[in-house]
Design a protein around this ligand. Structure first.
Ligand code: ADP
Ligand code: TRP
Length: 322
């Protein structure tokens, strides 16, 4: 079984793009891989300096994953800072990290352009991420395209370490889902929290209906034929409707008779039903934060057991054991 690892920022409200682009795949991989999933609160510190926001964000991210079906018994699920070994490995790796390698990282430049403070932490973000990956000897790391360069940094540092001190780290492979269809937002662009065009997963019924009704469509009259391939409403329906329903809708698009207003109502009902159980489950989980803490503590214990073995080896290789 391959060891698959991914870290998730504890920031913001999950949307259906996140769900179909990442979480659904993660939950499915639970059965076929040795899955490691963690909430990257140390990384979040590079942009969040608000005690309560970080605390709530971390618990909420945990509730999100569990509500959507992640089973902590069938994977390792924890909060990054609960395994402090990652910080020691970060330091070790940083002594092998050329400044130029970090200076070339787009993500740093993009974030500074967006007015995030250019701190040392933000600059060395990729080194902490490399430590995240190498500490658990991950073989495969599924990430979005924006994280591809960070994964190259992780591979590069693993290689540098292995060359300098002998085989120690597994070289991680990125799994970048270019082929995975991008979920469009209500305006037809890629759904993203930075574009403000999302359909949040855990939104209550009333505001959810409002968001779905705001999906932008063209002005073609009901009776005229329409192009399903270039319609964001159609693309969204396809994620939720049964094949039979989609065949009907496809027919209406091609032959005329597709009324956007009715289809939006259908979509609202489908989304509302699809996530109803998860929404209730999330509410229950958040009402019992101690239960969440318990799950995360057990996850940290499992993760830490793996981390100490790797760190011990790395310490030995570097000459920190005497
Ligand atoms: P956002 O763009 O809203 O800030 P993130 O960058 O935090 O989302 O993405 C978290 C995960 O969700 C990534 O794995 C990313 O590939 C996936 N994801 C985000 N938006 C979409 C989308 N519109 N379609 C498919 N996957 C997405
Ligand atoms: N940097 C990633 C992001 O912003 C999150 C992350 C931190 C991560 N450490 C990781 C992802 C290790 C994969 C593996 O999305």
């Amino acid at each position: 079984m391959k060891r698959i690892l991914s870290g998730i920022q504890p920031s913001g409200k999950l949307h259906i793009g996140n769900y179909f682009g990442m979480m659904k795949t993660m939950v499915q991989q639970m059965n076929t891989s040795d899955l490691y999933v963690f909430i990257v609160d140390l990384h979040a510190l590079t942009s969040v300096h608000d005690r309560e926001r970080l605390q709530t964000g971390t618990l909420e991210a945990a509730a999100d994953f569990l509500a959507l079906g992640l089973d902590p018994e069938r994977c390792t699920f924890w909060v990054q800072s609960d395994v402090p070994e990652v910080c020691e490995l970060t330091w070790m790796l940083s002594t092998l990290t050329p400044m130029g390698l970090l200076e070339r990282c787009h993500s740093y430049k993009d974030k500074v352009a967006k007015n995030i403070a250019p701190t040392h932490g933000l600059f060395s973000y990729p080194v902490l991420m490399a430590a995240d990956i190498l500490l658990y000897q991950a073989e495969v790391v599924p990430v979005g395209k924006d994280q591809k360069q960070h994964l190259e940094v992780a591979r590069d540092l693993a290689q540098k370490f292995n060359n300098a001190f002998g085989e120690t780290f597994v070289l991680p492979e990125p799994a970048i889902s270019e082929s995975l269809a991008t979920v469009p937002g209500v305006d037809g662009q890629k759904m993203s929290k930075s574009y403000g065009n999302t359909i949040p997963i855990f939104m209550d019924e009333k505001p959810l209906r409002k968001v779905v009704m705001s999906i932008q469509t063209d002005a073609t009259p009901v009776e005229e034929p329409k192009d399903p391939e270039n319609c964001n409403l159609y693309a969204l329906l396809k994620l939720f409707a049964s094949p039979e329903k989609m065949a009907e809708v496809h027919d209406l698009y091609l032959n005329g008779g597709a009324a956007y207003g009715y289809l939006k109502q259908d979509l609202f009902e489908l989304i509302n039903d699809y996530f109803a159980e998860a929404r209730a489950r999330k509410r229950e989980l958040l009402a019992n934060p101690d239960y969440l803490r318990q799950i995360l503590a057990r996850g940290a214990e499992k993760a830490r057991a793996k981390a100490v073995v790797t760190l011990d080896l790395a310490r030995d290789r570097m000459g920190l054991k005497y």
